[in-house]
Design a protein around this ligand. Sequence first.
Ligand code: SF4
Ligand code: FES
Length: 236
Amino acid sequence: MTITFSMDGKEISVEQGLTLLDAARENGTDIPTICFHEATTSNALCRICVVEVEGMRLLQPACIVQAAEGMKVQTRSERVVRARKTILEMLASTLDLSDAPEILTLMDQYGAKADRFPEAERRESAVKDDNPMYIRDYSKCLLCWRCVQVCADDAQYTFAINFEGRGYETQIGTFFDHAIPETTCVLCGQCVGVCPTGALKPKREYLLEQGLSPQEISVMNTGRKRRSKVTGQKSE
Ligand code: SF4
Ligand code: FES
């Protein structure tokens, strides 16, 4: 069954059950997303995809709200643009977005200022380098939940990571903060693949950025090199 509604003043018809985001994409309308990923269940955590729906007091996240017959939706009203710009400015004020090119592009598009909230407390976290496959740098994590979901019942069913802590202290972690090799993690790399900010990064890429040569990394991987140039500690 199809339904008809208005998006940015244009009448469109889509299959019933589509979200506003799906409907927009089907009709060539761009709505930005951050926490949304085709492979994971949407939880509407970042709110960058908000749109204005006539008759609804609050802006609505397009990635979870279904299109309905007769709806009147504005995807780029002044209020929507202001909300998205503010969200981007809050992210930039609290996180290291240097490895998040898509978000940096959005900041340019929305004229968002990275220094709008100079008093904001930044999320600082030491890089967790505890396994041979990937590093975790939670100072870049925006809590989109994609990694948790692919690790859980959206894909891998290993449940090695989850949210921990409350309020501003909330972050992604392992149960009891165990090192990755002591968890159920099977090093499948799916979490790394869906991370939008570089908070999860392949170990090799990280070591190259740290200045190690491919040869040095190979030596480390085969266990012949005893001393890591990154940590200055014995590696085995
Ligand atoms: S580590 Fe990456 S994928 Fe996981 S919640 Fe943080 S930003 Fe999202
Ligand atoms: S993309 Fe919709 S809330 Fe994040």
